[in-house]
Design a protein around this ligand. Structure first.
Ligand SMILES: *[C@@H]1O[C@H](CO)[C@@H](O)[C@H](O)[C@H]1NC(C)=O
Ligand SMILES: *[C@@H]1O[C@H](CO)[C@@H](O)[C@H](O)[C@H]1NC(C)=O
Ligand SMILES: *[C@@H]1O[C@H](CO)[C@@H](O)[C@H](O)[C@H]1NC(C)=O
Ligand SMILES: *[C@@H]1O[C@H](CO)[C@@H](O)[C@H](O)[C@H]1NC(C)=O
Ligand SMILES: *[C@@H]1O[C@H](CO)[C@@H](O)[C@H](O)[C@H]1NC(C)=O
Length: 478
C-alpha cells in the first residue's frame, strides 16, 4: 500500500483523474513466514517412483508475452528449461517458445543475461530458440503439441513427436483472462481450442500421460468445466477461474532486486514450483506434494495483506501420485537430498497483480529518469497512454452493457460468475465473434481488457447476437 500512495501522487501530477476508477489497488509487500514448511512425517512424500519406465519425456515451454515490462515470463521459461536440462531431458525433446526480446533489450543492464530471482544465476544461456519473435503464436503452439510439422510456420521445426509410452510436460506463463491465454502475436489461445488439441493428442495415442502447469490471470477458466478426467492429463493453474495471478520479485524490494531492474523478475506460482524442483531429488517428490507446496506459497503470497491466488487442480488427479521425475527428470546434484524442508520462500517478497505490473514498470521508469530528460517525457507519455487505454476499455464495455441490458441491470449481467465446474461460456463461436466485433469497433482489449472477457461471455450466455453487438459497439465507439 505504500506504493499505492506513490502511484496516486504520480497519477495526480499527470493530472489523471480518478485513480480508483483506473487502477485496481496495486497489491503489495509482504512478509512470508520465515519458518519453513515442514512436511516431516508426511507419508505422502515417501514417494516410490517408477524410475525405469520405457518411453521419452517431452516438454513444451511457452512464454506468451513480449516487452521488457514482461521480463518475468521469459525468465520463468528460461528457468524451466535449465531445470529440465539438469534433470536429464535432451534438447531434442524440449521445445521452447519465447519472443526473445529481453536479454538484449536496451533496458537490460546486464546484456545477454536473464535472471529469475534477485541475485539469481543466469538462466538464459543455452536456451534453445525454437520459436521466437513472430513464430510464437497459437498456430505453432498447437502444431507443436500435435506433432504436425506441416502445420508449422517458421521456427526450428521441432515438434512433440511422441508415442504412447511418452510423458509430456507443458508449461505456459503469461497474461490471460476468462477463457483465453495471450500470445505475443496474433490470436488468443481460446480455452475450447486448447482442450480440443489435447483431446486430439490423446485420441492419436500421443502420450502415456501429460502434466500441464499454467500461470496466468484467471487461469482456472482454461480448464474449468473443459478438461475431462479421462485424458490422462493432470493440470494445475496459478489461480482459479475468477482471480488474478501474481508477479513477484518486483522492484523496491528491501533486499533486491538491484535497483537497475525496473521490472518484476518472476511470477509467484511459477517460481514456487521451479524453486521447489530445483532443490529436490525429484524421484522422491510427487506431483501432489509439489501442488501442496506451490499452493501454500502462492496463496500466502503476501503475508501482509494476504494477497495471493488459489492454485487449482484439473483433469485426472490420480496422476498426481506420480513423481516429478517422470516429467522433469532429476538433477544428479540433488541425489543425496534427504531434506524434508520445502522452504522455497525467501523471507520477504513482493507481489503485484499481473495486470498492474506494467503500470509499476512505467512508473519506475518515469521516476528514475532525470528531470526534464527525453526519457522522462517518454515514460510519462507511455504511462498516460496506458491509463487512457484502460479508461477507454472500462468505458466501452460498460457502455455496451448499458445499451444491451439497460442502465439498471447491466453490471449485474456483466459480472455474473457461473458456478464452478461450468465453463465461462457454452457457445464458443459466439464468444469469439463478439470478442472480434468488440475489437473491430472499439480497438484492442489489450492485456488489461482481457478481464472483461467474462462480461463478453455473459453476453453470449444471455443470447446477445452479433447484430446487437455490432450496433452497441458502433454506438459506443464511433
Ligand atoms: C517409506 O519408504 C521407506 C524406504 O523405501 C519404506 O521402508 C517405508 O515403509 C515407507 N513408509 C511409508 C509410510 O510408506
Ligand atoms: C497437419 O496440418 C495440416 C495443415 O494445417 C493439415 O492439413 C493436416 O490435416 C494436419 N495433420 C494432422 C494429422 O492433423
Ligand atoms: C476464487 O478466488 C476468489 C478470489 O480470491 C475467491 O473469492 C473464490 O472463493 C475462489 N473460488 C474458488 C472456487 O476457489
Ligand atoms: C551422494 O552420496 C554418495 C555416497 O556417499 C557419494 O558417492 C556421491 O558423490 C554423493 N553425490 C552427490 C551429488 O553429492
Ligand atoms: C446510463 O446512466 C449514466 C448515468 O446517468 C449515463 O451517463 C449513461 O449515458 C447511461 N447509459 C445509457 C446507455 O443510457
Amino acid at each position: 500500500m505504500i506504493c499505492w500512495g506513490r502511484f496516486a501522487l504520480i497519477l495526480l501530477t499527470l493530472s489523471c483523474l480518478i485513480v480508483d476508477e483506473i487502477l485496481r489497488p496495486v497489491t503489495y509487500a509482504s512478509k512470508l513466514p520465515s519458518k519453513v514448511l515442514d512436511f516431516k512425517g508426511d507419508s505422502s512424500n515417501n514417494a516410490s517412483c517408477n524410475t525405469n519406465f520405457h518411453g521419452k519425456r517431452w516438454a513444451v515451454l511457452i512464454a506468451g508475452s513480449r516487452g521488457y515490462e514482461n521480463y518475468r515470463h521469459q525468465a520463468d521459461v528460461c528457468h524451466a528449461y535449465q531445470l529440465l536440462k539438469k534433470g536429464g531431458l535432451k534438447d531434442e525433446n524440449i521445445i521452447v517458445f519465447m519472443y526473445d526480446d529481453i536479454a538484449f533489450d536496451k533496458n537490460n543492464f546486464r546484456p545477454g543475461v536473464i535472471i529469475n530471482k534477485p541475485n539469481g544465476e543466469d538462466v538464459y544461456k543455452g536456451v534453445p530458440k525454437d520459436y521466437t519473435g513472430q513464430h510464437v503464436n497459437v498456430n505453432n503452439f498447437y502444431a507443436v503439441i500435435l506433432g504436425n510439422k506441416s502445420a508449422l510456420t517458421g521456427g526450428s521445426g521441432k515438434v512433440v513427436d511422441s508415442g504412447p509410452n511418452d510423458r509430456i510436460f507443458i508449461y505456459y506463463t503469461d497474461h490471460g483472462g476468462p477463457g483465453v491465454l495471450v500470445m505475443p502475436n496474433g490470436e488468443f489461445v481460446f480455452a475450447d481450442d486448447l482442450n480440443d488439441v489435447l483431446k486430439r493428442k490423446h485420441a492419436a495415442k500421443g502420450y502415456k500421460s501429460m502434466v500441464f502447469y499454467l500461470e496466468a490471470c484467471e487461469s482456472g477458466s482454461i480448464f474449468e468445466g473443459l478438461l475431462p478426467d479421462n485424458l490422462d492429463i493432470y493440470a494445475t493453474t496459478a489461480s482459479n477461474a475468477t482471480e488474478d495471478s501474481f508477479a513477484t520479485y518486483c522492484p523496491d524490494e528491501p533486499e533486491a532486486p538491484r535497483v537497475e531492474y525496473n521490472t518484476c523478475l518472476g511470477d509467484l506460482y511459477s517460481v514456487s514450483w521451479l524453486e521447489d524442483s530445483d532443490k529436490h531429488d525429484q524421484r522422491k517428490e510427487t506431483l501432489h506434494k509439489q501442488y501442496e507446496v506451490v499452493q501454500m506459497r502462492t496463496e500466502k503470497g503476501d503475508g501482509f495483506s494476504h494477497q495471493g491466488s488459489h492454485v487449482m487442480q484439473y483433469g485426472d488427479k490420480k496422476l498426481s501420485n506420480e513423481c516429478l521425475y517422470s516429467y522433469m527428470g532429476t538433477n544428479p546434484a540433488n541425489d543425496n537430498d534427504t531434506s524434508v524442508e520445502y522452504a522455497s520462500s525467501p523471507s520477504t517478497l513482493r507481489v503485484v497483480n499481473q495486470r498492474d505490473v506494467n503500470l509499476l514498470y512505467l512508473w519506475h521508469k518515469y521516476h528514475k529518469a532525470p528531470a526534464g530528460s527525453h526519457e522522462k517525457l517518454e515514460a510519462q507519455k507511455l504511462l498516460h497512454d496506458e491509463i487512457s487505454l484502460r479508461k477507454h476499455v472500462d468505458y466501452s464495455i460498460n457502455h455496451i452493457g448499458e445499451l444491451l441490458y439497460g442502465n439498471g441491470s447491466s453490471s449485474k449481467v456483466l459480472e455474473t460468475v457461473r458456478p464452478s465446474g461450468q465453463p465461462i461460456v457454452d457457445d464458443w463461436n459466439c464468444f469469439k465473434m463478439l470478442v472480434s466485433t468488440y475489437e473491430k469497433y472499439c480497438g484492442s482489449l489489450s492485456r488489461y481488457g482481457t478481464q472483461y472477457l467474462r462480461a463478453i461471455a455473459n453476453m453470449c450466455n444471455t443470447g446477445v447476437t452479433m447484430e446487437q453487438m455490432v450496433t452497441a459497439s458502433t454506438q459506443t465507439c464511433s
